[in-house]
Design a protein around this ligand. Structure first.
Ligand SMILES: [Zn+2]
Length: 258
């Protein structure tokens, strides 16, 4: 996981919401209903697990002729201001999924994910501060889940990677007793096979170079070896732009400590 800086609302976003005719009674009615629902959840007046769509008295439109209520997907519009914000979002994520750090290739589908699901936090359904760029696998696995206590937040935690430990086989685990990290590994499915193999390969590529350098210096002057180790600790460190940088940097630390 990597630290992520959220993007601000696109220019004219609030006007766009207010002008949206898809909400029954208008956006203001929806906003009032969303606030009342969240207050009800906090006070216990709304039953645990009851979603906003279940509770809503009719401000959300239905999908076509079905009875399914839906949040009008305004962020998918082909609107230059929105597209520019989405591009900025990907830029802030260094072209990676904020959860698994897999690179988002040009031909790979990436998604705007609601960190706090809109079904349970309807006041955040149209808040850009709640939108994170994610790969489709992490997003689908997380879906509308929200465990008690939530997840490690890439946009709220100064060092999200510090909640996890990694091994040379590409494995990831929550630090002991870290409930948020445990929920994150489980619900984003961060131990899935393909991802584990990708982390393992990235770790192997970097640690092989570090190990070769340290082995070449065996028997050399201790001061020289200490100086090289200090350089390795910084020069070989994966930048945030590199895939799986948290796992790679933890592996470098392990080699240096060995
Ligand atoms: Zn991902």
């Amino acid at each position: 996981m990597m630290a992520f800086r959220v993007v601000s609302d696109p220019v004219g976003w609030k006007d766009k919401l207010k002008a949206c005719k898809k909400f029954k009674g208008g956006y203001a009615a929806y906003e009032t209903a969303a606030k009342a629902y969240e207050a009800g959840v906090r006070s216990g007046a709304v039953a645990a697990g009851e979603t906003f769509a279940d509770h809503d008295q009719g401000t959300l439109p239905t999908k076509g002729n079905s009875a399914t209520k839906e949040f009008p997907p305004l962020w998918g519009a082909k609107d230059n201001a929105i597209l520019a914000r989405k591009a900025k979002m990907m830029d802030n994520a260094k072209g990676k999924c904020v959860y698994c750090e897999s690179p988002a290739f040009a031909d790979q589908f990436w998604q705007v994910e609601h960190f706090r699901p809109k079904s349970l936090f309807p006041t955040l359904a149209y808040a850009w501060g709640n939108y994170l760029p994610s790969c489709s696998l992490c997003n689908h696995s997380k879906s509308n889940k929200w465990p008690q206590g939530g997840y490690v937040a890439p946009h709220e935690d100064a060092n999200p990677a510090a909640h996890f430990q990694f091994d040379d086989g590409g494995g990831i685990a929550a630090l002991q007793g870290d409930a948020k990290a445990e929920a994150t590994v489980r619900d984003m499915d961060l131990s899935r096979e393909g991802l584990t193999r990708a982390r393992e390969a990235a770790i192997a590529a970097t640690t092989a170079r570090v190990k070769a350098l340290l082995e070449a210096l065996e028997g050399a002057d201790p001061a020289l070896r200490a100086a090289v180790r200090a350089v390795v600790a910084t020069a070989f460190r994966a930048t945030e732009a590199e895939p799986y940088s948290a796992a790679v940097n933890a592996a470098i630390d392990r080699v240096l400590q060995a």
